[in-house]
Design a protein around this ligand. Structure first.
Ligand code: MG
Length: 215
């Protein structure tokens, strides 16, 4: 699966994401406790645990589904099981990604699907660069995938670049004043804390490297 985005590859990526969020649940909760309502870690872990069960059901199908339907299923599961802002936002990301990817398996199609997922997040959350939200990790990561592929890079190159861009974007949220979501109620007091949603985005791209989707 070195340069192909198969259903099995996406399945591995999504499960690696669920594992990483479970491992980092306490950290995500601490980050949300500082500038939100301390439920992000538990919410995302609950949603992704349910998503893994949904993936099990899909994987048992014959023939096993392509990547797109698996992403769509995870998106619907997150929307229906996670409350607050994170469920609808991450759910919309995966739902739009899955609908855009459909049965396609190329890295270019994956890049377009990531772009569609980002557009869904923007449409729902109305966040812009520098608002101290998941957008600040997601937008640079999506751009990094596109840039790496346009330069002739492999899927592995693109996902490594995305992971780095997401981590940098996440770290860059620390000095920002939150302008969207619950953290924005804190105004200047949100400065000095890393955004939990951006942190979860960085775990998603790190999961790609852990899962073998990148070859
Ligand atoms: Mg919260």
């Amino acid at each position: 699966m070195t340069n192909s985005v198969t259903g099995a590859a996406i399945d591995g990526w999504l499960r690696a994401f669920a594992r990483l969020v479970a491992e980092h649940e306490d950290e995500l909760t601490r980050l949300d406790a500082a500038i939100g309502d301390a439920d992000h870690g538990a919410n995302m872990n609950r949603g992704l645990t349910a998503a893994a069960v949904a993936l099990d059901e899909l994987a048992a199908g014959d023939p096993p589904p392509a990547a797109g339907p698996r992403l769509t299923k995870v998106g619907m599961t997150l929307i229906s099981t996670v409350g607050g802002a994170a469920g609808p936002l991450f759910g919309t990301f995966f739902l739009r990604m899955g609908n855009a990817l459909a049965e396609q398996e190329t890295p270019t199609a994956l890049a377009a699907a990531l772009r569609a997922g980002l557009a869904g997040v923007v449409q729902r959350g109305k966040a812009e660069a520098g608002d101290k939200t998941m957008y600040d990790a997601l937008a640079p990561a999506v751009a990094a995938v596109e840039t790496a592929l346009a330069a002739g890079g492999s899927l592995a190159d693109a996902l490594a670049a995305a992971s780095k861009a997401a981590e940098d974007g996440c770290a860059a949220t620390v000095p920002l004043v939150a302008r969207k979501g619950r953290a924005s109620y804190l105004g200047e007091r949100s400065v000095g804390h890393q955004d939990p949603g951006a942190t979860t985005v960085s775990l998603f791209f790190r999961a790609a490297l852990d899962s073998g989707v990148a070859g």
